[in-house]
Design a protein around this ligand. Structure first.
Ligand SMILES: [Fe+2]
Ligand SMILES: [Fe+2]
Length: 472
């Protein structure tokens, strides 16, 4: 394998670069950039977003019925046609809300890592591609948000499906915290903005640790991170989307310094980005198949189905780029140090544990156990005008959906297995990774209906007790 920068000698570097440009992955990056800029579906997506009206699309399925909230549950069997359609639409909205947040995060990390590749030199086309992708994401995000908002208003109006109940529970737990811990100690540890003396101190220590361990790579330090530092601003870290689920924000800031300093780590980031690409593809591809079926039959194609179709066409290039950097391009650089291997292992381990370690019975394709936030969402949905249930009735149905085996769990398992295969396709080839990450061991162990049922039963018991306590 050709090494662009295995030595830091500039003379060796330029000849290594010339040789590196002959490699398969360099050519693939060139070709992907050409194809992506030539095809680019952002204009079509923007138009679809602007012209979308929920009323004109509400009588159609936007994807196969199994891509619906609550699909395969006893409640789904009992639902009316209007409710089933709404559950199909809300699945689309939930999926793309999540995608919008994840793509906003991706845009930041694209910028951070492109800075490193520019500093290395010789990767101009790749950097142009990453900038182009970031621009595409901004159009994608706007389209998803437009459709999402109009759909939500069309189905449940102004009903808030957020987490107000948990806001109240949090306050209760803070109350106990206040009684137990003296005020000066509390102020040191807690701040609603994440800027308590303790958290600032922790961020500084982690940042110093990363920079010390990567000190021989400081010449590649991302200008974006440098700029934030000069302005005294923190590195943006999402609290939501895929990134927000992977790890706490201070971990993400810590990881971002690695991605923005070491060429190897900048490449390693793309194995995480590939995970986001694979999760999206696993759910988006069935919409593409559905689009083609409708097209062949000459039937009406709902606007959101078309959005999924064109989005996947753009994203296919992003996936190729993630895969190429993560699987091949990292070999252009010096082999990872023991420290870099450790951090890479830790990151993917955390990602598996927090993003892929379970199975949902009520959202096909979601590979985590159903948590209290999701239960709260369903509780509010069942009480919204769409179902109009009373508290007891809603909780009874929820128990059947979360705690009893039904077809939804089996559909979820099918999506889990597909995703596991996609993940192993990349991670099994990363020789620097921990074996539990190469095999996706945590994810594989989470693909069990019996485990999901017992976890969900426990979570639901606590959830329903807290609802009943608030109601009484
Ligand atoms: Fe996108
Ligand atoms: Fe993308």
């Amino acid at each position: 394998m050709v090494a662009v920068n295995k030595t830091l000698d500039p003379k060796n570097q330029s000849s290594a670069l010339a040789a590196a440009k002959e490699t398969r992955h360099f050519q693939l990056i060139e070709k992907t950039y050409q194809n992506n800029t030539n095809s680019d579906y952002t204009e079509q997506l923007t138009e679809l977003g602007n012209e979308f009206s929920y009323a004109s699309n509400s009588n159609y399925y936007w994807g196969v019925p199994e891509l619906s909230l609550l699909y395969g549950t006893p409640l789904y069997q009992a639902a009316s046609t209007t409710q089933k359609l709404a559950l199909n639409h809300l699945y689309w909205v939930g999926n793309y809300n999540h995608t919008a947040v994840s793509e906003a995060t991706t845009s930041i990390y694209n910028t951070i890592t492109a800075g490193v590749f520019r500093a290395v030199g010789g990767y101009e086309t790749l950097c142009d591609e990453l900038e182009f992708e970031t621009k595409q994401e901004s159009y994608h995000i706007r389209t998803f948000q437009r459709i999402g908002f109009k759909t939500k208003m069309g189905i449940v109006g102004k009903t808030i499906l957020g987490n107000s109940l948990y806001g109240r529970l949090d306050k209760d737990s803070n109350h106990w915290f206040k009684l137990l811990i003296p005020q000066p100690v509390r102020e040191f540890f807690i701040s609603t903005q994440g800027s308590s003396p303790f958290s600032l101190h922790r961020d500084n220590v982690l940042s110093a640790l990363a920079k010390t361990m990567l000190r021989d790579k400081k010449q590649y330090y991302s200008p974006y991170l440098q700029g934030l530092e000069e302005k005294g601003e923190p590195i943006p870290a999402p609290a939501d989307g895929l990134g927000g689920r992977i790890a706490a924000r201070y971990w993400l800031r810590f990881f971002a310094i690695h991605w923005g300093m070491s060429p190897f780590m900048a490449c390693q980031y793309y194995s995480l980005r590939y995970t986001a690409n694979a999760i999206l593809k696993n759910q988006e591809y069935p919409y593409v198949r559905y689009f083609r079926e409708l097209e062949q039959k000459g039937e009406y194609i709902p606007t959101p189905t078309a959005v999924s179709y064109y989005h996947l066409l753009d994203e296919a290039f992003h996936t190729t780029i993630s895969q190429t950097i993560a699987r091949d391009m990292y070999k252009d650089f010096s082999k990872p140090t023991a420290y870099e291997k450790f951090i890479s292992g830790l990151m993917i381990y955390k990602m598996q544990r927090n993003l892929l370690s379970g199975l949902s019975g009520v959202i096909p394709g979601r590979c985590v156990y159903d948590d209290p936030m999701l239960m709260l969402f369903y509780y509010k949905l069942l009480k919204s005008p769409l179902f109009g249930m009373e508290t007891k009735e809603a909780l009874n149905w929820m128990e059947k959906c979360f705690c009893q085996e039904h077809e939804g769990y089996h559909v979820g398992l099918k999506y889990h297995q597909n995703l596991l295969e996609l993940m192993r396709r990349l991670f099994s080839r990363l020789d620097y990774q921990w074996s539990i990450n190469r095999e996706m061991g945590i994810m594989a162990a989470g693909g069990s209906i019996s485990k999901a049922l017992s976890r969900n039963a426990k979570t639901f018991r606590q959830f329903s007790q807290s609802v009943m306590a608030q109601e009484s």
